[in-house]
Design a protein around this ligand. Structure first.
Ligand code: NAP
Length: 260
């Protein structure tokens, strides 16, 4: 059973202090996993860990920046020291500052590449030596529908990183298969996070109107998909993606959506 195969597993969630990462951490903790949340701002991460631990899980925090290899190595070491090993890396940290091509400073492009794409590589590189020792080594990437499947003005850099994560994954899963490590990716659609909730109910309603299921996703919806990829039962699944978007990418026109 999915829930029992995650009990006692040592899990790292980068970007676990807020939004989707917090939802992933909450789901793993509810399944009895031992979760280490990594983010740059330690106070936020500690507050999140305390909140999730109150619900009964084993959750703690560490300050770490995914753009720095030394931070990623220290993060992996912390998980091993606190939890006796490492079984699952959820490489989730990401940023999405909007800027159209004509206005985008090259520095913004670099920042998004460094965090979303190089950060994925660095977190995986630092965790692999420990995941190799697990009998259930799992890497779960948080990509997006934006880039791999859809486009959105202002997000050329972001879309490139989210598509790039999938290119990374398709070779990483072959390289790491000999260690029994699987690598898969969740592609969220529009998910309600603290940031989105702050934009107001009207904004959320207008976004939900373009989704066949007529509501936005929750951070736990993404957590459940990540938990599946991390489970024992998904042991023969590698290099794959799952879209969690309420059917958002499917209507071929506004008419197709309206005429349903
Ligand atoms: P969010 O609410 O802004 O949270 C981002 C998290 O990442 C925070 O914990 C943040 O903490 C951390 N972070 C940012 N830069 C970091 C760095 N350099 N090193 C370590 N941690 C860092 O974002 P979100 O909406 O949950 O997005 C999370 C992931 O889901 C991203 O990969 C994003 O591309 C993907 N996604 C989101 C949506 C959506 O609808 N929200 C849709 C598709 C995909 P600190 O600031 O303290 O570091």
């Amino acid at each position: 059973m999915l829930t029992s195969s995650l009990t006692g597993k040592s899990v790292i969630v980068t970007g676990g202090s807020k939004g989707i990462g917090k939802g992933i951490a909450r789901v793993f903790a509810a399944h009895g996993a031992k979760v280490l949340i990594a983010a740059r701002h330690l106070k936020d991460a500690e507050a999140c860990a305390a909140e999730l631990a109150k619900a009964g899980g084993t959750v703690s925090a560490v300050a770490a920046d995914v753009t720095k290899l030394a931070d990623m190595e220290a993060m992996a070491k912390t998980a091993v020291e606190r939890h006796g090993g490492l079984d699952v890396l959820c490489a989730n940290a990401g940023i999405f500052p909007q800027a159209k091509i004509e206005d985008m400073a090259p520095e913004i492009w670099d920042e998004v590449m460094d965090t979303n794409l190089k950060g994925t590589f660095l977190s995986v590189k630092a965790c692999v030596p420990h995941l190799k020792k697990s009998k259930q080594g799992r890497i779960v990437l948080t990509s997006s529908i934006t880039g791999p499947v859809t486009g959105y003005p202002g997000w050329t850099h972001y879309g490139a990183t989210k598509a790039g994560q999938l290119g990374f994954m398709r070779t990483a899963c072959i390289e790491l298969a000999k260690y029994g490590i699987t690598v898969n990716a969740v592609l969220p659609g529009n998910i309600i996070t603290e940031g989105l909730a702050g934009l107001g109910e009207e904004y959320q309603r207008s976004m939900a109107a373009s989704v066949p299921l007529k509501h936005l996703g929750t951070v736990e919806d993404i957590g459940h998909a990540a938990a599946y990829f991390a489970s024992k039962e998904a042991g023969y699944v590698t290099g794959q993606t799952i879209i969690v978007d309420g059917g958002q990418i499917l209507p071929e026109s506004l008419e197709a959506l309206a005429s349903a």
